[in-house]
Design a protein around this ligand. Structure first.
Ligand code: OSB
Ligand code: MG
Length: 368
């Protein structure tokens, strides 16, 4: 396969609700959508999960556009590729910028699976025909608002509730949630809002039988997380700290976590996601697929990845309609009784809706 043409689009979509984490609130989702055409005129699609601002990681929509335009697209255009795993070799002289790399690597995986006539899920080696999903709930104004939202999602059938926490919105809130929902699979995500000085607060969460606490400490840390894991019984799950197979290997070796959240963009693509998955499986570390408030294209990639065997905990890939009035794929991603049925059509298995894509496009540029 050879990529003959790449189109970047800057899309802006409005979330149905403001999403608040320990690092801030936003409602407009600006992101890059990438379409890669091969020599046969087939299109593969990828989505950059970088946000408009660098609060989750240092990458932004603009740094991704720059990396794609000036380095990644020129490196890949017209290169003969027999398997998507080769994309990371083509990029081996370009450091980090994982979300930018993942954007185009995802499109190559889509093209590759179309060419083979198989679903992206089975091209990756996934066997599940449906996947279990949970939901991630942002910080609310009041605990009773949060309880009402959880109740709604429990009724919808979501398999696990993830509650965002930060100092001042943690132990008391989780106590209320547990009181009202004693049996619901529950976890907390701190997005790096704590330090080891907060160890008493983090220890206090042990009482709520949480499945895990996600990324309590610094986004670049694996040492303090190991110390914390020694001190608390709730499993630590790493999100922001894991950017590669090597990061995962070191975190496992140090005992920094009991669970890993894999986000395709954060680790530089599907090939690296699979390597981390396999490593974790061999160490009996469960993984699950994180979310970045993706449109349908990124969501479809998440669904496919989650079919791998060690994705044994529900991920954050909720239904399209939870986030968007109208998603950019047909059909949209739907959740029934807490499950997404994995499409079996070749490629990502959902059709990009070009008319809707155009309606959200602010800027567009083609490279060949
Ligand atoms: O930490 O997992 C996170 C959203 C934006 C940035 C970081 C995170 C999240 C979520 C929401 O938790 C996941 C989703 O619903 O897509
Ligand atoms: Mg997280």
């Amino acid at each position: 396969m050879r990529i003959k043409e790449v189109t970047l689009r800057h899309l802006q979509m409005k979330l149905k609700f403001p999403f608040t984490t320990s690092f801030g609130t936003f409602q407009d989702r600006d992101f890059i959508l990438l379409e890669a055409k091969d020599e046969n005129g087939n299109s593969g699609w990828g989505e950059s999960v970088a946000f408009h601002s660098p609060w989750y990681s240092e990458e932004t929509m603009k740094t991704n556009w720059h990396m794609l335009e000036d380095y990644l697209i020129p490196a890949l255009l017209n290169q003969e590729i027999t398997h998507p795993d080769e994309v990371s070799e083509v990029f081996s002289n370009i450091r980090k910028n994982n979300m930018a790399k993942s954007t185009i690597e995802g499109a190559v995986w889509d093209l590759y699976s179309q060419e083979k006539g198989v679903s992206l899920a089975s091209a990756l080696g996934g066997k599940k025909s449906k996947i279990e999903v949970g939901i991630s709930i942002g910080i609310q104004d009041t605990a009773s608002d949060l309880l009402r939202i959880i109740e709604k999602h429990v009724q919808e059938g979501y398999k696990r509730m993830k509650v965002k926490i930060k100092p001042g919105w943690d132990v008391d809130v989780m106590r209320e949630v547990r009181k009202e929902f004693p049996d619901v699979p529950l976890m907390a995500d701190a997005n790096s809002a704590y330090t080891l000085e907060d160890i008493d607060t983090l220890k206090a969460l042990d009482e709520f039988d949480l499945m895990m606490i996600e990324q309590p400490l610094a986004s670049d840390d694996i040492i303090d997380h190991a110390k914390l894991q020694e001190a608390i019984s709730t499993p630590v799950c790493l999100d922001e700290s894991i950017h590669s197979y090597e990061d995962a290997r070191k975190a496992i070796e140090l005992g920094s976590c009991g669970i890993i959240n894999i986000k395709i963009g954060r680790v530089g693509g599907l090939s690296e996601s699979k390597r981390i998955h396999d490593l974790c499986e061999s160490h009996h570390i469960p993984v699950w697929c994180g979310g970045m408030l993706e449109s349908g294209i990124g969501r479809a990639h998440n669904v496919a990845l989650t079919t791998l065997s060690n994705f044994i905990m529900p991920g954050d890939t909720a239904a399209s309609s939870r986030y968007w009035e109208k998603d950019i794929i047909t059909p949209e991603v739907t959740v029934e009784d807490g499950y997404i049925t994995v499409p079996d059509k070749p490629g990502i298995g959902y059709e990009p809706d070009l008319e809707t894509i155009e309606s959200f496009t602010i800027e567009k540029k083609t490279y060949k």
